[in-house]
Design a protein around this ligand. Structure first.
Ligand code: BJ8
Length: 425
């Protein structure tokens, strides 16, 4: 951390003492969880660098872009189409956080029984420790779960430009029409923010950039199907997390470089863990940086994670947008088509999610599924019961975990995960 970083954070209004404390804990976590791994692909050096500069160089880049007239749009959900943001010459960054912060302050605004992901968002704002949030010219909230949509009512007065996007709850014709109307309204909002007219050429470029990014992640997912797994679940999760922060072109190149290396590893049958290590598919709530608790427990308990059925994972990277349309209308329709397939548990009913989990179990050659539900997350916790039952009926061993961001339950979780892994052997 340089003196320039500190002045940059001060100018953004961060609380330097609290921010130092956060970076201190993060650095220690990163060292113990990521850097302590063995047999990591060399290409992970890029992601180590990105993480070491996640509040430094990347923020400087964003501020330089802003100084040149570009806008930054912060988001909390994979329903916000980056294609439209890029087409408006803006940069999109994810704002979800994966650590407890300023809990006492948060609980003056939100009930205690709110999920950790939402509480963390408020904690990072109230504790003044998130430079991404402070650098955002517009913050997009979305009406997904009840927790989020009510929380945005309280977040509104805390930030300067909150935009709320309505999201359907049913995969019906009316639901699709709502998403289409909301994306059209969002396009106008981006145009108003940036002063750029989003024409077909711009939209096509935005779509292609995001398609390349998703294709690189899909390639990474396919390589993880090999046994021995050529990359740890922790490192793959890190790439999925950085997906939301990094410059899209540079990120795509870095992921493709790792994939080139992993292809060689697969050919040489070289892995991070020995062949035959029990293989786990994680499914459920998204894991934002620095929420590495469960993956770390799993991979230090004799198993390897080979896929994430999550928005920070396959749910966020599955399916591309058809870029063949020649008009704004056609391209916007293609965007709706792609995003309407996202099978978040806020939808009712939501049968395609179970189908995708089963497909992923097969493709990833997973021996079992760990369903990860954040405490107080009604959509995913409710859905985990029929999902686990259906998987068990298909003889796919499933473990349901309900947790939060605290470290208090690490011992208990480790005991349950170890027993599950033992059973898979
Ligand atoms: S599309 S998963 S990113 S809403 S964990 S806040 S659901 S109570 S995050 Fe999500 Fe979009 Fe859906 Fe994906 Fe609510 Fe649950 Fe908390 Fe959650």
């Amino acid at each position: 951390m340089t003196q320039d970083d500190r002045s940059m954070w001060r100018d953004l209004g961060l609380d330097l003492v609290a921010h130092d404390a956060l970076l201190g804990v993060l650095g220690k976590f990163y060292q113990d969880i990521f850097l302590a791994q063995t047999n990591r692909p060399q290409g992970m050096g890029y992601f180590d660098f990105v993480m070491s500069e996640v509040h430094g160089l990347r923020i400087k880049e964003l501020l330089d872009e802003k100084a040149a007239g570009r806008k930054v749009i912060g988001t909390y959900c994979v329903f916000v189409p980056e294609e439209i943001v890029l087409a408006g010459d803006a940069t999109m960054v994810g704002l979800c956080a994966g650590a407890e912060f300023a809990t006492e302050e948060v609980e003056k605004l939100l009930p205690r029984n709110t999920c950790a992901l939402i509480k963390s968002t408020f904690g990072f704002k109230l504790g003044k420790v998130c430079p991404y949030l402070e650098a955002s010219d517009m913050i997009v909230g979305e009406n997904t779960c009840d927790g989020k949509k009510k929380a945005y009512e309280s977040l509104g007065p805390l930030v300067s430009n909150l935009y709320v996007m309505d999201i359907p709850q049913m995969k019906s014709e009316q639901g699709r029409a709502l998403l289409k109307a909301e994306y059209a309204r969002f396009k106008q909002a981006v145009e108003a923010l940036t002063g750029k007219n989003i024409d077909a050429a711009r939209l096509k470029r935005g779509i292609e950039t995001v398609n390349h990014k998703r294709k690189a992640m899909q390639r990474l997912s396919r390589l993880r199907q090999a046994d021995p797994a050529p990359i740890s679940g922790l490192d793959a999760l890190l790439a999925n997390q950085v997906f939301f922060y990094d410059n899209p072109q540079r990120f795509t190149d870095a992921v493709n470089a790792i994939c080139d290396e992993l292809e060689r590893r697969v050919a040489e049958k070289k892995g991070v863990f020995p062949a035959g290590t029990p293989r786990i598919l994680l499914s459920g709530c998204p894991m934002a940086v620095p929420n590495w608790k469960l993956p770390w427990i799993v991979e230090s308990s004799g198993a390897v994670i080979v896929g994430e059925e999550s928005c920070v994972g396959e749910r966020g990277t599955r399916n591309l947008v058809d870029s063949s349309g020649g008009t704004v209308e056609e391209l916007m329709e293609a965007i709706v088509e792609r995003y309407f397939q996202v099978d978040c548990a806020i939808f009712t009913p939501n049968p395609s999610r179970l189908q995708h989990i089963e497909e992923m179990v097969e493709a990833c050659r997973a021996d079992g599924v760990i369903h990860y539900g954040l405490q107080f997350c009604t959509p995913y916790l409710m859905e985990s019961i029929p999902v686990a039952k259906a998987l068990e009926e298909k003889k796919i061993p499933t473990l349901r975990i309900e947790t939060d961001y605290s470290m208090e339950d690490v011992g208990q979780l480790k005991t349950r995960v170890e027993a599950f892994v033992e059973m898979l052997k």
